[in-house]
Design a protein around this ligand. Structure first.
Ligand SMILES: *Cc1c(COP(=O)(O)O)cnc(C)c1O
Length: 505
């Protein structure tokens, strides 16, 4: 028989049905308990506002069944308030709701789903739960009076093929260079048949690819750069994982590559970092660098959007990175990004294109380029592969985001922390000529690049055409130094984490 049923997310107009359906089935055999009444009367507060979810089976706008997922601590969701309207019973709607709820739980990043049920009235439901992979676990008292059975379903963890011999014992985490040492394992997952497949963690090893692999020719390659830190109490935390998950999806979209569910991304990063947690260095300012990478893996040399992709994550310990103050040059011949281009995506090609101009700047005695928008006003955009900030007349100033500026997570974090250090912050257009003018008046106090690798990289000199602008020396009162320290203390748990930036693995 054809069932005209769709699974729908919570809508306020389903409130009445949510209450009605649950009350009916509970009251048929039991008194409504306090916990039921709270949840049924205020689903938005007791389920949704905590990060839960409610799904409804809907036919022609009428709700035929409901189910809720309520957060129950540490990566656990409680599957609750599942009810099907009497006329719809026995038609597989419960099963459909259950499948949708488990899929949703996975998307929400749950490691485990629990439920309370009773065998007196719903032996049938319990059979269904068993069939879906739930198993009985000991029942505590005082949660639901009517419950006589508690069940759990644990999601598959990512399978791990461990290295036969760890390289950690022969690695000195106190003596590191940036970007050369990799940890023992990497994560690999493929996208095919329209879905991201089950990831796997394996020893860090070479890839074997056909020469026709599309990414090598047509550049569908995006990546992220993020860090994990050793906490003061010796745990390990990944910094702003949610924001990296969102950003890689924006990059993927721009490069016509398939989206990656954020929960999937998070779980991959969490599992890998947790396995190689021993590689996270403890020295202040040191970190475990995390490199997620996605590339087109179709093997063919006709230009098209690839149908298959590979996701790789590897990590490596990196030392504190305090570059010497940089000499930078405002670039007039080359640009990094153009309006409508790919400048806001973290894609490989942007880097490839920036290396030649950077090498010319190096040959001319500079460390780095200050990129502009290419207009006669020479509006500043970024510095090398970092965002850029200035302290102008006591104010922190940085160019506003656009499709030619990458939405840096360090940039965002520093803008959020500036008020804490008594520094007003402004996002606005800054022309190189304004810098010359401000310098002449003695108002150009600081200039620095900001990005995950260095956090802040102060400049000692800016060249704008024939004008050489030397900057005040960096000292302990320099904003770029103070904000780096503040960020460091938050990331290592030495200070409260008011924005919930840390994810403990
Ligand atoms: C990665 C990157 C940044 C810095 O971003 P963070 O998230 O702070 O590391 C800035 N500009 C470009 C072009 C980048 O690729």
């Amino acid at each position: 028989m054809h069932l005209d049923i769709t699974i729908d997310r919570w809508k306020p107009q389903y409130r009445e049905a949510f209450w009605q359906l649950n009350r009916e089935w509970i009251e048929a055999d039991y008194p409504l308990e306090e916990v039921d009444i709270n949840v049924l009367q205020n689903p938005e507060i007791h389920i949704l506002s905590d990060g839960g979810s409610i799904l409804s089976a809907v036919s022609n706008g009428q709700v035929a069944g409901v189910v809720a997922l309520r957060p129950a601590g540490n990566n656990v969701l409680e599957l609750t308030k599942m009810a099907v309207a009497v006329p719809w019973r026995g038609r597989g709607i419960g099963k459909q709701l259950l499948q949708a709820a488990l899929e949703e739980a996975r998307q929400l990043g749950a490691g485990r789903v629990i439920l309370y049920s009773n065998t007196r009235t719903s032996a049938r439901a319990v059979r269904l739960y068993r069939k879906m992979g739930f198993r009985e676990i000991p029942l505590e008292t005082g949660i639901y009076q009517r419950a006589d059975i508690k069940m759990e379903l644990t999601f598959d963890t990512i399978p791990v093929r461990k290295t036969a011999k760890s390289r950690l014992p022969e690695t000195d985490l106190e003596k590191l260079t940036f970007g050369t040492i990799v940890s023992d394992h990497m994560l690999v997952a493929d996208y095919k048949n329209g879905a991201w497949q089950r990831p796997e963690i394996v020893p860090y090893e070479n890839l074997s690819l056909p020469p026709a692999t599309m990414a090598l020719h047509y550049g569908q390659i995006v990546w992220e750069g993020m860090k994990a830190f050793r906490l003061a109490d010796s745990g390990v935390s990944v910094f702003r994982i949610d924001r990296h998950a969102r950003r890689i999806n924006r990059s993927l979209q721009r490069m016509a590559m398939p989206a990656m569910p954020e929960a999937y991304f998070r779980e991959c990063i969490r599992s890998l970092v947790s396995l190689d947690a021993g590689w996270v260095p403890g020295a202040s300012g040191a970190a475990l660098y995390i490199r997620p990478l996605i590339f087109a893996s179709d093997a063919m040399y006709g230009v098209k959007i690839s149908d298959t992709y590979r996701f790789i994550v590897f990590t490596g310990p990196v030392p504190p990175f305090y570059p010497n103050p940089l000499k930078v040059k405002v670039e007039e011949k080359f640009i990094r990004a153009a309006p409508g281009g790919t400048g806001a995506a973290k894609c490989a090609g942007n880097y490839g294109g920036s290396l030649y101009p950077a090498s010319l700047a190096k040959a001319a005695g500079f460390d780095q380029i200050l990129w502009t928008d290419g207009s006669p006003e020479l509006n500043i955009e970024e510095s090398g592969t970092m965002n850029v900030m200035f302290v102008l007349d006591g104010k922190l100033v940085t160019p506003p985001l656009s499709d030619t500026i990458l939405d840096g997570i360090t940039r965002d974090s520093i803008l959020a922390l500036a008020p804490e250090l008594g520094m007003p912050a402004e996002e606005r257009t800054i022309s190189a000529f304004e810098l010359v003018e401000a310098h002449r008046k003695g108002l150009l106090q600081e200039a620095f690049g900001v990005g995950t690798a260095a956090v802040t990289a102060p400049f000692e000199l800016i060249q704008v055409q024939e004008h050489t602008l030397p900057l005040p020396p960096v000292g302990p009162d320099t904003f770029a130094v103070r904000v780096r320290e503040l960020l460091q203390e938050i990331r290592t748990g030495l200070r409260p984490d008011p924005f919930q930036w840390n994810t403990i693995v």
